[in-house]
Design a protein around this ligand. Structure first.
Ligand SMILES: [Fe+2]
Ligand SMILES: [Fe+2]
Length: 228
């Protein structure tokens, strides 16, 4: 194993060049598609990556830390290739091995695997570092009707219905006000504002804690109604 000086600054572009990681990401989305789970496609990976980077850079964190958030955001759902349940944990192990092989500094690998392993609310995910907080906020704000695969509304789960109702979602970071605002527009024919809040309560509380970890307050606006 090499010394710290031999480690290179792996970028998001290097990660995207990895044949292995790209295949796993692709297959993960195919596999969970067979059980009707919402889309976890390239668009989701790219959006979470971009938002996670944007949150940390806008709040003035070092550029390298924002780059690590971009990598963690891009890879956060890779564990779905193993199983939908516990995909944060399995994803962290896959990424851990691959990034070390690519020569990433173990301290940076640690930050990324902790973020991936802590992004799921069902697996007691917590904001254990700024990258983890950024990935949580970025991931939970990707709510959109284009993510729903099912065609038959009768087969919708509550999560499908909430996503199907979401026509627009925007995450706005204000470094001066130290606020992170999730602004959603939902079609109330499919889901009421209160239903959204009820169904996504755990996710939204996770976002609130993530924002607080970054010394910001979290605001949730649905159809211009302030819920948090
Ligand atoms: Fe996930
Ligand atoms: Fe995700």
């Amino acid at each position: 194993m090499g010394s710290a000086s031999e480690h290179n600054g792996i970028t998001l572009a290097d990660v995207k060049d990895s044949f292995t990681l790209e295949r796993y990401l692709e297959q993960a989305n195919v596999f969970i598609g067979t059980i009707g789970a919402i889309q976890h496609n390239r668009q989701h990976s790219e959006l979470v990556s971009f938002l996670a980077y944007d949150i940390l850079s806008t709040l003035g964190f070092p550029t390298r830390l924002a780059e690590l958030a971009a990598i963690a955001g891009y890879l956060h759902d890779i564990g779905n290739v193993v199983n939908r349940y516990g995909h944060g944990m399995s994803g962290a192990i896959i990424v851990f091995e691959e990034l070390l092989d690519q020569g990433m500094d173990p301290e940076e690998v640690a930050i990324i695997v902790a973020a991936i392993g802590n992004h799921e609310e069902h697996a007691q995910g917590e904001s254990v570092n700024p990258v983890a907080a950024a990935v949580i906020l970025a991931d939970k704000s990707d709510v959109h009707q284009s993510r729903v695969r099912k065609v038959e509304e009768a087969a919708f789960t509550p999560r499908d219905r909430v996503n199907y109702a979401a026509k627009e979602a925007a995450l706005l970071v204000d470094p001066d006000q130290r606020s992170i605002r999730l602004r959603l527009h939902i079609d109330t024919r499919y889901c009421s504002v209160m239903e959204y809040f009820e169904i996504f309560l755990t996710k939204m509380l996770m976002c609130k804690r993530a924002a607080e970890f970054l010394h910001c307050h979290f605001e949730l606006l649905i159809n211009e109604v302030k819920l948090l």
